[in-house]
Every structure is written in structure tokens, then in C-alpha cells.
Write a protein that binds this ligand. Structure first.
Ligand code: SAH
Length: 207
């Protein structure tokens, strides 16, 4: 089921708009988006939009997920930190690219739902944490890659601290108007920032 919808999404929304990274395309081809949306949205799970997952939150649009993952250039040696587990969809894709995924969700119900879903689906290298993404997760730091699925108004300091030397962090930053920003930490600890494109994500909330 949904094989045709998925292939069409990969071809039109991803390859058609310039996503080239074979690893990203493969990881997204192997991840059943229909399992991460609400029952009533299953038929539109591969549509070119974010979809509501309840509690005022959304599962991101496939293209924006692919775009961020391509830029992060994740390898099997990387431990990746994700802020904003939501449905668990992006964490599932990350788990196919990375060695290990640590993902933090602040809404208790979404945390429980995503944790159960990912466990039932058999994902082994994902640790779902209930917590506040502004603080990161010191226990497994440093992270070679960090990805934010909710927008803070400023780059959270704790996350930059938990980024490994040579690491990359991608995040939507802003309020009503946001930019996707790439932060790189070089081997000496120096920070470089680059604005990539205007985006609209749900805001990152405080506990
Ligand atoms: N990556 C998700 C998309 C999630 S939408 C997916 O693939 O489905 C953004 C998520 O960030 C929401 O679930 C929201 O509850 C969560 N969030 C918002 N503020 C947060 C914070 N301070 N810490 C952790 N999670 C947060």
C-alpha cells in the first residue's frame, strides 16, 4: 500500500526540486510516512504539505525534511540529536542514515505516542527523550549533527555547546518570519553561520 504515492513523492517533490543525495532518497523511500500521520490523513500522507498530528503540531513537509537532511550530510558514524520528535517520522529517517538518534519532545502525549510507535515498528537505534530541547541532552553529547524541527527565536546556546568539533546544526530561527540556518563548528571550535532560505515551522516552546 502507498507504494505508488511514495514513489511519486520521491520523484516529483524531492528529485524534481533538486534533492540528489542517494542516501537521503533511499532513507525516505524506506520510511512509511502513512504510519506517522493520523488515521484520517493516511490517504493524503504523501501530499506536498505539513500535516497536523494533534496538539497544535505538524509532521513536516517531505521536501523540507529531505532538504535539511541533504545539507546535514549524515553518515553511519554520527550520533544525531533531533529537537521536536513530533510523530517520529524524521527520527525514523534519521535512524537509517545515522549510527544513533537521540530525539527530544516536550509534549508528553506526543512523546509517548512517538516512543511506542517507533518501538512497535522495530527501530532500535532511536532514544526518545521527554524534555526541553533548549537544554539539549548532555548525557550523549557531543553530537556530530543536530536538527531542529521547531523554531526558536535565537539559537539555543546549550545546543551549540553540545555540537561536536567539525559538527553541523540546522535550525529554523525566528518568530513570525524564520530562516533556515546552518551552523558549523570547525575543528578549533569556531562557529560559522549561514542563512539558507525562508521557512515556516511551529515555534519551539519553553517548559
Ligand atoms: N520532526 C517531527 C515534526 C515535529 S513538529 C516529525 O517528523 O513529525 C515540532 C515538534 O517540536 C512538536 O512535536 C513540538 O511539540 C516539539 N517542540 C516544541 N518545542 C519544543 C521544545 N522546547 N523541546 C522539545 N520539543 C519541542
Amino acid at each position: 500500500m502507498f507504494q505508488d504515492e511514495k514513489s511519486k513523492m520521491i520523484k516529483d517533490q524531492l528529485i524534481g526540486r533538486g534533492i540528489k543525495d542517494a542516501k537521503v532518497l533511499k532513507a525516505m523511500s524506506s520510511t512509511p510516512r502513512e504510519e506517522f500521520v493520523r488515521e484520517r490523513d493516511k490517504l493524503v500522507s504523501y501530499a506536498d504539505t505539513p500535516l497536523s498530528i494533534g496538539w497544535g503540531q505538524t509532521i513536516s513537509q517531505p521536501y523540507i525534511v529531505a532538504y535539511m537532511l541533504e545539507i546535514l550530510d549524515i553518515s553511519k558514524e554520527h550520533v544525531v540529536l533531533e529537537i521536536g520528535t513530533g510523530s517520529g517520522y524524521e527520527a525514523a529517517i534519521l535512524s537509517r542514515l545515522a549510527k544513533e538518534v537521540v530525539t527530544i519532545e516536550i509534549v508528553e502525549d506526543l512523546y509517548k505516542e512517538a516512543k511506542n510507535r517507533l518501538e512497535n515498528m522495530g527501530y532500535k537505534n532511536i532514544e526518545v527523550i521527554k524534555g526541553d530541547g533548549y537544554r539539549g541532552y548532555e548525557k550523549k553529547a557531543p553530537y556530530y549533527r543536530i536538527i531542529l524541527s521547531a523554531a526558536p527565536t535565537d539559537i539555543p546556546e546549550a545546543l551549540v555547546d553540545q555540537l561536536a568539533l567539525g559538527g553541523k546544526l540546522i535550525a529554523p530561527i525566528g518568530g513570525l518570519f524564520q530562516d533556515l540556518v546552518l551552523i558549523e563548528k570547525d575543528e578549533s571550535g569556531k562557529i560559522f553561520k549561514e542563512r539558507l532560505l525562508p521557512v515556516r515551522f511551529v515555534p519551539m516552546v519553553r517548559e
